[in-house]
Write a protein that binds this ligand. Sequence first.
Ligand code: ATP
Length: 289
Amino acid sequence: MSAAGTGVRPQDAAPLLEVRDLVVHHGQLRALSGISLRVYPGEVYAIIGANGAGKSTLLRTIAGLHTPTEGSIVYDSRDVTGMRPEKRAAAGMTMVPEGRRLFPSLTLEENLKVGATYARKGPWNIERVYDLFPWMRERRGQQTAQLSGGEQSSAAIGRALVANPRMLLLDELSLGLAPVIVQRIYGMLPEILASGVTVLLVEQDVSQALRVATHLQCLLEGRTTLEGRPADVTAQQVEAAYFGMGSAGPGGSVSPGGRPPVPPREGSAPPTPPQDGSAPPIPPQGSDG
Ligand code: ATP
């Protein structure tokens, strides 16, 4: 799918998720410094950045797995900053963690049943996941350890969907997968969005993120260096934000040196195509898909 650039942010609507000035430490290490973002219903909001930029820390903090030192997280108009992760999950925040974290000795269907254990009411159930990924029906009895990397990622998405999330948090789906497999998996997003789910994802694979995102935020060393709609940012801006080269141009909002992010705005800048047609940086790593 190519949602990039088509999303007009419904700023008259309340954001489903608002993160304000988040600071997170891992011991002495300041992993996030003043991160803010707003995710509106129906968006695919992509957080990009290199290794160690703080993407997973951000996603895990939103899910309640790390406690911020400063800042707040408002979800569905409620301050959830101090809320336990399982309560956030019960409120419809469901994470597909990096590395998938399936139960390898359980079958595919058993893993899906685990996801459904505390399911909210909603359109998703195991049968609908099988409709989304038809190959699963025949292989429902197979241990997930025997599935390929791409199949395991799909299984992890299915396990999250049967919980009937309002907001799906996807952590580095592309990690270790061949590009064609990654594209196939992200190809499921339109159907997931059509069911009313909002998506916040973390990606190191910039090309993939640009392909699917309606909104984009780049982190570098725990700070926001770029934020905007994919259609409004150039390849050079993305590259500068990703690698910290600090150049800015027309289109999106680059914050050289990690200044605070520019607040989300609605289509204020005209779409700016890449100036040299070059592809965004960073292909995905390795492949086991
Ligand atoms: P990657 O793509 O490699 O997962 P990332 O952008 O998701 O990178 P994080 O995993 O959030 O980055 O890491 C941000 C920083 O925090 C890194 O310096 C990392 O080493 C450190 N870090 C992450 N988790 C922990 C932890 N549990 N304890 C200590 N330091 C951590």
